[in-house]
Design a protein around this ligand. Structure first.
Ligand SMILES: NC(=O)c1ccc[n+]([C@@H]2O[C@H](COP(=O)([O-])OP(=O)(O)OC[C@H]3O[C@@H](n4cnc5c(N)ncnc54)[C@H](O)[C@@H]3O)[C@@H](O)[C@H]2O)c1
Length: 391
């Protein structure tokens, strides 16, 4: 029997003026299957209460600290089922542990943690407490990215040979952190962010490759640097990669590429065809046909019945009516909500409901960051293979 209520969730982070908390709230609300009922929105209790009032929450369920929230929500008969963690990176591990230990499921933003050791602790805790852990590598939520994955799966590209992924941004091309920009400040502080561009956007690029191609990294050679003088973390990285089966790769991420917004782009080339997807034009996926054949290039567009069956559960609007960033986030919340609802009702979740990035994806991302930094330090190719606990 279907669950007769919404999935209840709480949020840690996402206080007044924060960026991604608002996006998560919009995404979780989109399908009407989840309700926000609690929060510890800021490290400042007054700001947390202000956010709670703005969201019309019961004041008893707006907390001064996340520790208090985990303890009290776990004791309530109507306590939260799942928590969304949208704080600066360094807090993800401790916040997640506090809720996992109470048996509360987790949606967490990336990078999952600031060290591999912490990431591995999370992998183990998730297994021990049998909770769901979804990591918001939101680009995997775009329908045309899912179509790219389906084309690779169907063998439409032939044997894979080369992957090129790039994520240039330009917003940190000067020391915004010295000008009072709070987001720039924590993102460029090794204590709160871990690493810089590599952790913030490199992990998205690395995950996108793995999600679409299924390829595991084997070796890499990285040139990671800090372009803006006085900055304490990396802001630019160029990485050569070798994936399993000898597939060659190129990964670039940068936050000093002046004028670039969020120009994430993935290209994958096989023996039969290639594909090309860009985040700033997310409704189109180009299938690049072999120059030596007679088939024209193909462009897959959003919302059509011709998209793969695995993509259909993640569409909300028909062709020509664009979906975007928030819907891609909602495509991580949707399978989480369905899985939880099914679990609670004693049903099986639909077969597409395991399509979200996991705690092991998070550990692979953090391992990638540490390996790239090590390679750059040593100015050498290094082993990048890795199997996280529970994989
Ligand atoms: N998936 C994506 O596309 C994406 C995009 C942006 C940010 N992020 C990630 O989301 C996280 C948050 O980033 P942001 O840009 O929203 O940062 P932000 O600085 O805008 O917001 C962080 C929020 O966390 C709150 N906070 C800090 N310490 C806290 C504590 N102890 N308890 C409760 N709340 C606390 C702050 O008050 C603030 O409201 C980061 O991990 C970031 O990497 C992901």
């Amino acid at each position: 029997m279907a669950l007769d209520r919404k999935i209840r969730y709480g949020m840690v982070g996402g206080g007044p003026g924060a960026f991604i908390g608002d996006i998560h709230r919009s995404a979780a609300a989109l399908d009407g299957e989840m309700a926000l009922v609690a929060g510890a929105f800021s490290s400042d209790p007054e700001k947390s209460r202000r956010q709670g009032r703005a969201l019309h929450l019961n004041p008893d369920r707006v907390y001064d600290t996340y520790e208090q929230m985990a303890a009290r929500e776990a004791d309530r008969p109507d306590g939260i089922d799942v928590v969304s963690i949208v704080t600066p990176n360094v807090l993800h591990h401790d916040v997640a542990c506090a809720f996992i230990e109470k048996g509360i499921h987790v949606v967490c933003d990336k990078p999952m943690t600031t060290t591999r050791a912490d990431a591995e602790v999370l992998c183990r805790r998730v297994e021990e407490h049998d909770v769901i852990f979804a990591l918001t590598h939101n680009y995997a939520g775009y329908p045309l990215v899912k179509q790219a994955r389906a084309l690779v799966d169907q063998g439409r590209l032939g044997a894979l040979r080369k992957v090129v992924v790039e994520y240039p941004q330009g917003w940190l091309n000067r020391r915004l952190e010295a000008e009072g920009d709070k987001q720039a400040a924590w993102r460029t502080d090794p204590e709160t962010a871990g690493a810089g561009a590599l952790a913030d956007i490199g992990t998205h690029a690395e995950h996108l490759v793995r999600y679409v191609t299924g390829l595991r990294l084997e070796r890499l050679c990285a040139d990671v640097g800090t372009v803006v003088e006085g900055r304490a973390v990396d802001d630019d990285a160029s990485i050569l990669a070798r994936f399993e089966g000898g597939v060659r790769g190129l990964l670039h991420c940068s936050q000093v590429s002046t004028g670039e917004e969020n120009n994430l782009r993935l290209r994958v080339y096989g023996t039969e065809a290639g594909l090309d997807w860009r985040q700033e034009d997310p409704h189109r996926l180009r299938l690049l046909t072999d120059l030596h054949g007679d088939r024209p290039q193909q462009v897959y567009t959003h919302g059509r019945a011709s998209l793969a069956d695995s993509v259909q559960p993640f569409l909300r609007t028909p062709q020509g009516h664009p979906e975007g960033f928030i819907e891609a986030f909602a495509n991580i919340y949707r399978p989480v909500a369905r899985t939880l609802a099914a679990r609670k009702a004693g049903d099986d979740p639909p077969d597409w409901a395991d399509d979200y990035p996991t705690v092991q994806d998070g550990a692979r991302g953090v391992h990638f960051v540490e390996t790239a930094l090590e390679s750059s330090r040593r100015q050498a190719w290094v082993d990048a293979s890795y199997t996280p606990p529970g994989a």
